[in-house]
Design a binder for this molecule. Structure first.
Ligand SMILES: *Cc1c(COP(=O)(O)O)cnc(C)c1O
Length: 396
């Protein structure tokens, strides 16, 4: 089967040839003097993507999950109370990680398909007059449901309650694809990873940490060794690493940042919005429904789509893979069997998106879905042509 078919899973994402080449390099000595010149600018440049000037970039050889663990263990102590809302598989996993670390997790249960409940947070935080809650944790883009939450609204809720808790945000499937404004939103730790918006192989957790979170680190008592911010920052300060760094990923990240800045971050975000909107037009043309409950929640990086009553989304994704060699995201957790996902983030063009829509249409037709062949593709084509014409007009 061809490995040229793109994947339409919401991470890991398709790797541009330019980044594959950047990562395909011979071993170098990470204790040699020239490593200093490699690492430091990469960390510095990454700040732009997070929207931070004050934050410190800290990376670990890990996936995004390791980034969560680093965020939690470096700033909290056993028994600390934290506030999290559960509205999908990833917010659920973050809750699980906190519980396994012995934190006292106050959970707000939300419908899957909704996002971070800022008003609920405000109520809980106002009632917490002793400031027992040490951190609010929010999944920016819930990859299981295709919901993007409003982090600015969460910050306003925390301010309205006058609550000093840290604000930690999982932006693994949103960073470098949709705007992130760490400083403006008062985010204390933002967790991301290499294999989604950065278009690299899996293997690096990338965090941005505020001065306030670094201050919390001084008294945090959860045990950490591999993920200790202090060891990493101390070594990074002289251009080094506390252990063997993922050299190929560091070089890959350097090239990835170059690509993102060459296109321009605003253009990257606009492209993601355009491609996502094309997918949403297709979904509407098919007569199917998104899991995300309202347009203000729609994610520009992934769409979760309910299959019609009586169909199994796993049979659809399996069939698309076996018949056409194309991967779409399966339904996770509560959504298993009920919804499939189209990932539309990272290195993606209109052409690629149209190929994905055409493929899933064929798979649905094969399985007797009540969907008209070509309907979704045509809706996306119409939208892409119109948005291009509008862009040309506004540039003239
Ligand atoms: C992919 C993802 C993660 C991290 O997953 P890893 O497999 O550990 O990299 C965390 N949160 C969200 C929202 C994600 O999409």
């Amino acid at each position: 089967m061809s490995d040229q078919n793109p994947v339409f899973i919401p991470g890991p994402t398709n790797i541009p040839d330019r980044l594959r080449r950047a990562m395909m390099m011979q071993t170098r000595d990470h204790r040699a003097p020239d490593f200093v010149e490699t690492l430091r600018p990469v960390l510095e440049q990454s700040k732009k993507v997070f929207g931070t000037k004050d934050g410190q970039i800290i990376t670990f050889p890990a996936s995004g999950t390791g980034g969560w663990e680093a965020a939690v263990t470096n700033t909290l102590s056993p028994g600390d109370k934290v506030l999290i809302a559960r509205y999908g598989m990833f917010s659920h996993r973050w809750i699980d990680l906190c519980q396994r670390h012995g934190l006292d997790v106050q959970i707000i249960e939300c419908d899957w398909g909704t996002g971070a409940p800022a008003a609920e947070f405000e109520k809980v935080l106002k009632a917490d007059t002793t400031h027992a809650i040490k951190s609010v944790m929010v999944t920016h883009n819930e990859t299981a449901t295709g919901v993007l939450s409003d982090i600015g609204a969460v910050r306003r809720a925390m301010n309205a309650a006058g609550h000093p808790a840290l604000l930690m945000v999982d932006a693994v499937s949103s960073l470098a694809s949709v705007p992130f404004k760490m400083d403006d939103w008062g985010v204390d730790i933002c967790v991301s990873g290499s294999q989604k918006g950065f278009m690299l192989t899996t293997g690096m957790a990338i965090l941005a940490v505020s001065p306030k979170a670094l201050a919390a680190m001084e008294t945090a008592k959860l045990p950490r060794t591999f993920f200790d911010f202090r060891d990493m920052m101390k070594a990074n300060a002289t251009g080094g690493f506390p252990y063997t760094p993922p050299l190929q990923l560091i070089f890959g990240l350097k090239e990835s940042l170059d690509m993102l800045f060459e296109e321009g971050l605003d253009n990257v975000y606009a492209r993601h919005h355009r491609l996502a909107e094309g997918v949403r037009r297709a979904v509407a043309a098919w007569g199917l429904k998104l899991v995300a409950q309202s347009p203000d929640l729609y994610s520009d990086t992934v769409s979760a789509i309910y299959v019609p009553e009586g169909f199994n989304s796993n049979a659809l994704t399996d069939h698309a893979f076996h018949a056409y060699g194309v991967s779409f995201g399966v339904g996770l957790g509560q959504m298993n069997g009920k919804a499939f996902r189209i990932g539309h983030l990272g290195m993606l063009t209109e052409v690629m998106v149209l190929s994905g829509l055409a493929t899933i249409e064929m798979a649905m037709a094969d399985l007797d879905y009540p969907v008209k062949l070509g309907s979704g593709v045509a809706a996306a084509q119409d939208y892409f042509r119109k948005s291009r014409a509008d862009a040309v007009k506004s540039a003239a």
